[in-house]
Design a protein around this ligand. Structure first.
Ligand code: FAD
Length: 167
């Protein structure tokens, strides 16, 4: 704070969570001079507690918020591109147990929309796994009533690894 007393900056960012840090980075890359003020420590707020998913927001499709899903998908692709050392593809397996016709239909449409809104993605394509392939991929799943699963990809920033390789 003292160092700011005798000079002005183009942009003052208050809060050093991911949003403040992201804004500061973006503005600095555009040539602006920045000061970032944090009352505790960087990432000491909500940013220290997430699941670290860089996801397209599959669940927002249920709310018909296609604009948000598309924006999330674009951000995901950008982050995979600019920070490949931090952001990694993450496969999800969505098992289906005795699904009703309506649920199957709804999920299929959801998957289709998720694909359409991320046509330019670099992540692997989604795949339907039959019952045997699902149990191959996830042997601990309860086989009773299992029909199969959708495997699709999002991304995540994994937990930092210690020098000895343990998470
Ligand atoms: C359980 C959980 C799981 C989540 N999972 C995900 C996920 O998988 N993927 C995802 O994208 N998002 C996830 N999120 C959401 C994500 O964590 C938040 O959207 C994000 O961290 C918000 O960042 P922020 O910078 O806005 O806020 P914060 O990280 O809270 O940063 C705000 C900072 O501002 C500082 N501050 C506040 N007031 C002042 C002041 N007056 N002066 C100086 N400094 C100040 C605070 O100290 C703090 O460091 C999750 C959140 C939770 C709680």
């Amino acid at each position: 704070m003292r160092s700011l007393a005798d000079h002005t900056v183009d942009l003052l960012v208050i809060g050093g969570g991911i949003i403040g840090a992201g804004i500061a980075r973006d503005a600095a890359l555009r040539g602006l001079s920045i000061a970032l003020i944090e009352q505790n420590d960087f990432s000491s707020g909500t940013t220290s507690r997430p699941t670290r998913l860089i996801h397209g927001g599959l669940r927002y499709l249920e709310l018909f918020d296609f604009g948000l899903v598309r924006a999330d998908m674009r951000e995901r692709e950008t982050l995979l591109g600019i920070a490949p050392h931090l952001v990694f593809p993450l496969p999800f397996v969505l098992p289906m147990y005795r699904p009703s016709l309506w649920y199957r239909f709804k999920l299929r449409i959801g998957m289709l929309l998720y694909d359409l809104l991320s046509l330019d993605k670099s992540l692997p394509k989604r795949k339907w796994l039959d019952r045997a392939a699902t149990l191959d991929a996830e042997p601990n799943l309860d086989p009773d009533g299992l029909v199969g699963a959708w495997r699709f990809y999002d991304a995540q920033v994994p937990l930092a690894r210690s020098p000895c390789g343990r998470a």
